[in-house]
Design a protein around this ligand. Structure first.
Ligand SMILES: [Zn+2]
Length: 422
């Protein structure tokens, strides 16, 4: 039995690795092949030099992503069949006993190992890749301060959450996963409320948008769409990077729309109003709530699966971990499950991305009903140009990864709404 499941997990790992590298190779080749000429619909707005810079940036990102994928697979093998997790269990059990403390310590150790592996890759992304293309504004000191803050926050929030889940696994009976899901749902809702005003400000400064000449126009648009007027902010994204963006976040009274200061500096009043209308579309069409609800439904399915796997005596041994009698296996199961799920879940990525792209189309259509679609097109073109986003993504890579529709398709849809000759 163990040999069968070991073969199954190894096969899925290899297929997952091959699929990701294949998609990444496709994207790099497709973008490089189309680097010679700006697509016709952007020819008037984006120059060849910018187009080719975007192609080089996209290819470089794929290369780093491929390295990260391979490293991830190696870490998986090291932790499971390589014996690292087994070794950790052997080291921690004498120190922390056989109780909850041991289990929390095991999960925390794996989390620390995984973030220590990520850290150098993040460093390369920031100080090589982003730096080379002129996007990075971070100093090494800021990078390390961010990493420290993220680590502390992870410990402060993550450890209690892990402790509660492990305690439920210990003592809530065979239906522990239902209780864990109820707890997780409550936690997610609470996080949605506290994130915008307690956590995000630890990393950035937020100031209300709309002082000055923009104020009246924005106030009018907010009134028309029923959004509270003090919910729109700019964020000092320029401290870390020149990339520009805008997003919608938070739940309930904490919901807000955030513009990067880099974006505000770059766009004209009509364009800012158009981007705001798009974000208000996300709010009006309840996209955040829909995403949260579908996320919780998926979590329930995964937790139910973990609840079942836990009762199967082949699960941990087939992934290289055999716990001695008397040592609880919950933390081992939880860690192995967290490692294995992404391998299987990747085939669902196109579904999730398609849902996200549909929300983007809906928010665009909403914007086109309330402001000029032409202004939103202009804003998007500036965003593509400034962020060196590729205009010619590989369709299959896009289907798996892109939360936003490919540039050409998105603009074409918007232009349907725009009056001709404008
Ligand atoms: Zn959007």
């Amino acid at each position: 039995m163990n040999a069968f499941f070991t073969t199954l997990f190894a096969t899925v790992l290899v297929l997952h690795l091959a699929l990701k590298l294949w998609l990444s190779g496709r994207q790099a080749r497709h973008v490089a092949r189309n680097a010679g000429a700006v697509p016709a619909q952007f020819a008037a707005t984006i120059g060849l030099a910018d187009h080719q810079r975007a192609a080089r940036y996209t290819v470089a990102k794929q290369r780093l992503g491929a390295i990260q994928t391979v490293v991830g697979a190696l870490v998986f093998v090291a932790l499971t069949w390589g014996g690292c997790l087994q070794w950790l269990v052997g080291q921690l059990a004498p120190l922390a006993g056989h109780g909850l403390l041991f289990e929390v310590a095991l999960v925390a150790s794996v989390a620390i190992i995984l973030s220590l592996v990520d850290l150098p890759l993040d460093w390369v992304r920031t100080f090589r890749l982003e730096q080379a293309f002129g996007f990075n504004r971070m100093t090494p000191a800021m990078f390390l301060a961010d990493a420290g803050r993220t680590f502390l926050l992870g410990a402060l929030i993550g450890l209690p959450v892990v402790a509660v889940v492990l305690a439920l696994m210990r003592s809530a009976g065979p239906a522990w996963w239902l209780w864990a899901w109820a707890f997780w749902s409550a936690f997610s809702l609470a996080l949605g409320v506290i994130y915008p005003w307690l956590i995000a400000p630890l990393f950035n400064r937020f100031t209300p948008l709309g002082e000055g000449p923009l104020r009246a126009r924005i106030g009018d648009l907010l009134a028309r769409t029923g959004f509270r007027s003090n919910g729109v902010y700019t964020m000092d994204g320029s401290r870390r990077s020149t990339h520009g963006n805008a997003y919608f976040t938070g739940l309930g009274a904490a919901k807000r729309i955030v513009f990067y200061d880099t974006l505000v500096a770059r766009l004209g009043p009509d364009e800012i109003e158009a981007v705001l209308a798009h974000e208000l579309g996300h709010f009006r069409l309840h996209h955040v709530t829909k995403r949260l609800v579908s996320g919780l439904a998926v979590t329930l399915a995964w937790l139910a699966l973990l609840g079942w796997l836990q009762t199967q005596d082949w699960f941990a041994p087939s992934l290289g971990v055999v716990t001695a009698p008397g040592i609880p296996g919950n933390a081992v199961d939880l860690v192995l499950f967290a490692l294995v799920v992404p391998l299987f879940a990747f085939v669902l990525a196109p579904l999730q991305s398609a849902l996200s792209r549909r929300h983007e189309f809906e928010a665009d259509a909403f914007a086109a009903r309330h402001v000029s679609a032409q202004s939103l097109v202009q804003a998007l073109v500036k965003l593509y140009q400034d962020n060196a986003s590729t205009l010619t993504p590989d369709p299959l890579h896009s289907a798996f990864y892109d939360s936003h529709p490919p540039a050409a398709i998105r603009i074409n849809r918007l232009l349907i709404h725009a009056p001709t000759g404008a």
